[in-house]
Design a protein around this ligand. Structure first.
Ligand code: GLY
Length: 424
């Protein structure tokens, strides 16, 4: 059973469905793309007991949880208590994403490289502190704030506004009662996904997300407008350093502190001039990073998921395709701001005809048997190629066959990878 309804969960289901170990997949609640590979059951993915009831009734052998919210709400704790196998961290371990101050403190105490930061609950104390800082710096709400809790501060005035928003006006509710005032890290961003059984890890190959809405990293932050893998400017030496000094060290620190981390640990990293540093940890697969990492994974994912749960991840070996993978997110006009839904989507069959292309559904639904838009990010077009030029070319050829009113997408996904390889 896969819990979630976005392109990440579609990609997970797609990869899982290729395993000879799998007979049936249930998606809760799923989407029309997932309905083509399994059964979709409508339930609120955050309704922990509802999901547990379905898992019991359907005698599910393994549950994989996509989004962070059900993990924080204790879905793993609930399913484990019912004797069911579930992939993901307990709600206590999920704190590494759910509380930025917990994560920062853990990293600083254990020598995991990250930006320096101070934690505040009092507005006046925070204000006095930012008066001493040089710009830019970052103000982060401690808890989950629907992707809006990170504010890059370019002048004192906007710093005060960000602090007020969290500590005085309570715009983020409990999530913003505490803030971190953090060093701004400069450099290229890289995402690493590692499967952890609490002691050992199996690392996935690196990827890069494109978070801004428009080309050349302009415009507001989004849930991710595209991604690519591998990352040509990440040397194998630096990648190894990230595995040992960041991902493995963090899992070991969690184990020693009595909150063993099981599941996928997502490291959002910045390659600074002083080496890689952690920007944030997430407790789930990256979206859209998963959509470019899994198509390159030659190994069966299911034994890796089971080994994570069973404590034997050290025995899981990953084999990777040398192909390059690119994902272009096709979004509704206006996203990440206001957008219309219910708009008919055309061209899906032609766009996915090439065997090197997969289209993962994000915000879609069926109305009167027709596929229509149902969210900000609508479809993810994923293409594999022998090199980045091939993969990018194929992805955009496919994107151009799709249409719905107002459709928008970035036209520069993968450009940085091509530039790095061609020395531009
Ligand atoms: N790609 C960003 C995230 O999954 O949080």
């Amino acid at each position: 059973m896969v819990v979630g309804s976005g392109a990440r969960e579609h990609a997970l289901g797609w990869k899982i469905s290729k395993s000879p170990l799998i007979r049936d997949i249930i998606f809760v609640p799923g989407n029309p793309g997932m309905a083509e590979i399994g059964e979709c059951m409508s339930a609120n993915p955050q309704g922990v007991s509802e999901v547990a009831r379905i898992a019991k009734e359907k005698r599910v052998d393994l549950t994989v949880v996509g989004p962070e919210a059900p993990l924080m709400a204790g879905i793993v704790d609930e399913l484990e208590a019912s004797g069911l196998k579930v992939f993901g961290p307990t709600s206590s371990a999920a704190k590494i994403e759910g509380s930025k101050s917990f994560a920062k403190d853990l990293m600083l105490r254990n020598g995991v490289p990250t930006g320096s930061a101070k934690v505040f609950e009092d507005f006046e104390e925070a204000r006095a502190h930012i008066e001493t800082l040089k710009h830019p710096f970052v103000i982060k709400a401690d808890g989950l704030a629907a992707g809006k809790g990170v504010m890059i501060v370019l002048d004192f005035r906007s710093g005060i506004e960000a602090l007020k928003k969290c500590l005085v006006d309570g715009v983020f509710g409990d999530a913003g009662k505490k803030v971190l005032v953090e060093e701004y890290l400069e450099g290229n961003e890289v995402s690493i996904l590692s499967l952890s059984d609490g002691k050992s890890l199996a690392h996935m190959e690196a990827s890069q997300d494109h978070k801004r809405a428009f080309d050349n990293d302009k415009g507001p932050n989004t849930g991710g407008m595209g991604a690519y893998s591998p990352v040509p400017f990440l040397s194998s030496e630096t990648e190894k350093h990230i595995h040992t000094e960041i991902m493995e060290k963090t899992v070991e620190a969690m184990r020693l502190e009595g909150v063993p981390y099981k599941g996928v640990l997502y490291g959002g990293l910045i390659l600074t001039v002083d080496g890689p540093k952690v920007l944030e940890f997430n407790v789930r697969f990256g979206d859209p990073e998963t959509q470019v990492v899994l198509p390159r994974l030659r190994s069966d994912l299911v034994p890796g998921l089971l080994a994570t749960v069973d404590g034997t991840i050290g025995e899981y070996g990953t084999e990777w395709s040398s192909e390059c993978c690119v994902c272009v997110v096709v979004a509704s006009g206006g996203y990440p701001g206001k957008y219309e839904t219910g708009l008919p989507i055309k061209g899906l069959k032609a766009a996915s005809a090439d065997s090197k292309v997969e289209i993962f559904h994000a915000g879609t639904k069926k109305t009167d048997g027709k596929l229509v838009t149902a969210g900000g990010r609508v479809l993810n077009v994923v293409a594999l190629g022998d090199d980045f030029r091939d993969a990018v070319g194929l992805a955009y050829e496919s994107v151009q066959m799709l249409s719905f009113e107002g459709m928008h997408y970035r036209r520069d996904i993968g450009k940085r990878a091509i530039e790095a390889l061609e020395g531009v």
